[in-house]
Write a protein that binds this ligand. Structure first.
Ligand code: TXA
Ligand code: MG
Length: 333
């Protein structure tokens, strides 16, 4: 860490202690952080995002050593998963400790916890709460229902003056939000797929997690169909249908953006064909910036090639399906 970074972190900590918001990089996406023990600061997060207050936030910690301050009745699975994957892109839902603010948990008896794997985030969390176990409540730093930011510039586009400081840690290495695993109900349940897959979790726990059923109230806002959405209508299509669908949009006089795994099969004025990485980790890293770019072109449609159907692409398929379901409404849902 440079002397400049150290000075920025000192300023960030002072702002957070004063109840202000600080956006910070993680390995997944940028977070919009507030002191998790300060309900007035947490309320500012909901206001800045335009997010309904009943949606719980993830509390970010500097280390698993502070788990017991935030969660009670820690199951042995939590310790094992934390030892294996933290710092890293895994959020654990655990029974909340007494005193954890309702503003953070949305009034639920559980709390989401994670130690992020980014040097600047860890330095910030260590400086903020390393001694007393303080944590930062931080959702993705986007307006509600929109694409998560993977660069500091994206955060400024999304939130502008609503955030006191944006720490710039470069582009996020993972690029999609953390895997969320619920350990509060006995049987581990996968609430949101991410870079850490069911097979990785099964390797540590000796059994695969259950898939979330999607019943009842949306405890995870990422489980709403319309999420992670660009403004431009987005359609998922098999590779063989991209060219004809693009041709149809062009015929109506509109521009069209295509995100495909293959090289362009056609070239025409008004067609922006972007070749996406063939490996899922690289694809995930590029996904949100690519959607943002495509969205900014003012196209009539974004056409995305359906990614492969195997487990390694599960989290990407999940985000693209939500983007397709939520695109085009022009505001967060
Ligand atoms: O990668 C990530 O997880 C990023 C970075 C910043 O850490 N954060 C993130 O936060 O994606 P957010 O708020 O955009 O998404 C977190 C999801 C929400 O859908 C929320 O409903 C869910 O986690 N969540 C948080 N606490 C929960 C709880 N106690 N029970 C169930 N779901 C919870
Ligand atoms: Mg989010």
């Amino acid at each position: 860490m440079t002397a400049e970074d150290a000075a920025r972190i000192e300023r960030a900590v002072a702002l957070l202690r004063a109840g202000e918001l600080v956006a910070f990089p993680t390995e997944t996406v940028y977070g919009l952080g507030a002191d998790a023990a300060n309900p007035a600061a947490v309320a500012k997060v909901f206001a800045a995002k335009g997010r309904p207050a009943a949606h719980p936030l993830i509390v970010h910690l500097s280390s698993a050593a502070h788990l017991a301050r935030w969660a009670r009745e820690l199951p042995p699975e939590a310790e094992r998963l934390a030892a294996e994957f933290w710092p890293g892109p895994l959020t654990l839902i655990l029974k909340r400790q007494a005193g954890v603010a309702d503003a953070v948990t949305g009034g639920q008896d559980t709390v989401g916890l994670r130690v992020p794997g980014h040097p600047l985030a860890l330095a910030l969390l260590e400086a903020f709460g390393g001694k007393d176990g303080g944590g930062l409540a931080a959702p993705s730093a986007n307006r509600f229902g929109r694409i998560s930011p993977t660069t500091a510039a994206h955060v400024r586009e999304e939130l502008g003056g609503a955030v006191a400081l944006v720490l710039d840690g470069g582009p996020c290495a993972v690029g999609i939000e953390s895997t969320i695993l619920d350990l509060s109900r006995g049987q581990p349940v996968l609430l949101r797929p991410g870079a850490i897959g069911a097979a990785d979790i099964a390797r540590v726990l000796g059994r695969p997690p259950q898939a979330a059923t999607g019943e009842g109230a949306p405890r995870v806002s990422g489980s709403l169909a319309a999420h992670y959405a660009p403004r431009t209508p987005l359609r998922l299509l098999p590779a063989g249908q991209l060219a004809s669908a693009a041709g149809q949009v062009l015929a109506t006089g509109g521009r069209v953006a295509v995100l495909a795994l293959a090289e362009p099969t056609m070239q025409k004025a008004g067609l922006e064909w972007k070749r996406m990485p063939a490996q899922p980790a690289a694809y995930a890293r590029a996904l949100y910036a690519s959607l943002r770019e495509a969205d900014a072109l003012g196209c009539a449609a974004i056409l995305v090639e359906q990614p492969p159907g195997d487990e390694a692409w599960l989290a990407i398929r999940d985000r693209l399906r939500r983007a397709a379901a939520g695109a085009g409404d022009g505001n967060g849902t």
